[in-house]
Write a protein that binds this ligand. Structure first.
Ligand SMILES: [Zn+2]
Length: 429
């Protein structure tokens, strides 16, 4: 389908900042065909009048566990290990494939409203998350969760190879399969090395939680004599595309290694704040040349999937933690959440930008509400003021996912009803 979006303010990256161009966007065969003036020969099947809205690249949620939405608001105000062991894991043991599916769908409804076109997930029963992403029309890095030791991980890695062959590249290429060893405290060194070997064989990405709490770092040093970052490197996890969620407790040597190896560090500000995990030194990481992206983490530890809130927090936390109000300016925060996320997920070269030839993954954000005015600097308005209710339209892979705040690919009302029923069943079992 060919789409023309007319009457919008198109944001483009320019020399580390953002510039706006007023005009139209022509979309065809999943990519942006032209920007600004549309050639007369372009005959669209559908025309969307943006009414002066901002056109931005789709946001990338680079670390989440979408199906954990069923555990939302169930166990709050707890410390990470207590939260996992006493609350999360017992419920997860009871979750059926259908629960994982509906949990994923309700998160996708929320992600669509917050402008997300692509996300990187890590969980179990990932065929269900892949199916939900295909239905929603979003891009998804399906991180197949792995825990255990060298021995117990063997059959799991064998079935991962089969899963990879079956799902990688599905849904017109929107599904990318990654291997997701959970963390150094749930996978031993042999399990991590075996995972790295399989990823090397298949050429797939790896997704892991690293250095989330100071307790994890102490334990890892006691057990292996290495920080989680150095342990992951020694296991071979950084040889290909690697997504490392959190990296809160990292020292200078860790940061240097992350930069050297081109590891994509995913900053999850709400989760780190809520679980009191600490403050990731993002300004120092940017300074050292680390490739950063932003994620919401799962809905059980956030409790939402609102990327605009994460971008806002990332931008203000970078300043507070570094003591430098010029750290992570608004445009940089937005670029990290779009281009940075696209790189972490291994999307096409120009993904995360509105440029000719880039994938047509974009959103329209209205600026007519009180909290967006006056609009002196549209990027500041987005980063420091915008919310999901400002997002009007979402397009992914050249297909319309939402217009006028109404989702076209999913039945929002039905999904909310079914997710509530599934969650109630889970806690009463
Ligand atoms: Zn996580």
């Amino acid at each position: 389908m060919k789409i023309e979006i007319k009457n919008c303010e198109i944001m483009q990256w320019k020399d580390g900042g953002a510039e706006f161009l007023r005009g139209s966007i022509a979309i065809g065969e999943g990519s942006i065909r032209s920007i600004g003036e549309i050639p007369k020969s372009f005959s669209p099947d559908r025309v969307i009048d943006a009414g002066g809205a901002l056109a931005l690249p789709g946001l990338v949620n680079a670390h989440t566990h979408v199906s954990m939405s069923l555990l939302r608001n169930l166990a709050d105000d707890l410390e990470l290990m207590k939260w996992l062991q006493d609350k999360v894991w017992p419920i997860e043991e009871k979750m059926s494939e259908e629960d994982v599916h509906i949990g994923a769908l309700i998160s996708m409804v929320e992600m669509i409203h917050s402008g997300i076109t692509a996300f990187a997930d890590m969980y179990f029963s990932m065929d269900q998350v892949a199916a939900a992403a295909a239905e929603a029309g979003l891009r998804a890095n399906i991180g197949v969760g792995l825990t255990g030791d060298g021995e117990t991980s063997k059959p799991k890695l064998q079935s991962f190879r089969e899963f990879y062959d079956r799902y990688n590249g599905k849904a017109d290429g929107r599904i990318i399969v990654d291997l997701a060893p959970h963390a150094p405290y749930t996978c031993d060194g042999d399990c991590l090395s075996a995972a790295a070997g399989v990823a090397r064989d298949l050429g797939c990405g790896l997704h892991i939680h690293l250095a989330e709490t100071s307790g994890e770092v102490d334990e890892c040093k006691k057990r292996y004599g290495l920080s989680p970052i150095f342990l992951a490197e020694r296991a071979g996890l950084f040889e290909g595309r690697a997504i490392a969620a959190h990296c809160v407790h990292v020292d200078e040597a860790d940061i240097e290694l992350l930069a050297d190896k081109g590891v994509h560090v995913i900053h999850n500000p709400t989760s780190n704040l809520k679980l009191a995990s600490g403050f990731a030194p993002t300004a120092a990481m940017i300074e050292a040349g680390v490739s950063l992206a932003i994620g919401t983490d799962g809905p059980a530890s956030n409790n939402n999937q609102n990327m605009l809130e994460e971008i806002h927090l990332a931008a203000i936390l970078a300043k507070a933690v570094s003591g430098d109000p010029t750290a992570m300016p608004a445009a940089q925060a937005l670029q990290i959440a779009t281009e940075g996320g696209s790189k972490a997920l291994g999307l096409a070269e120009a993904a995360g930008s509105l440029s000719e030839g880039a994938p047509a993954d974009l959103l329209l954000l209205r600026t007519d509400k009180a909290h967006m005015r006056p609009l002196h600097d549209p990027v500041a308005a987005v980063v420091y003021g915008a919310g999901p209710s400002d997002i009007d339209t979402l397009i992914c892979d050249g297909k319309v996912i939402m217009t006028g705040g109404i989702i076209e690919t999913l039945d929002e009302e039905e999904i909310i009803k079914k997710a509530q029923e599934a969650a109630s069943r889970l806690v009463s079992r």
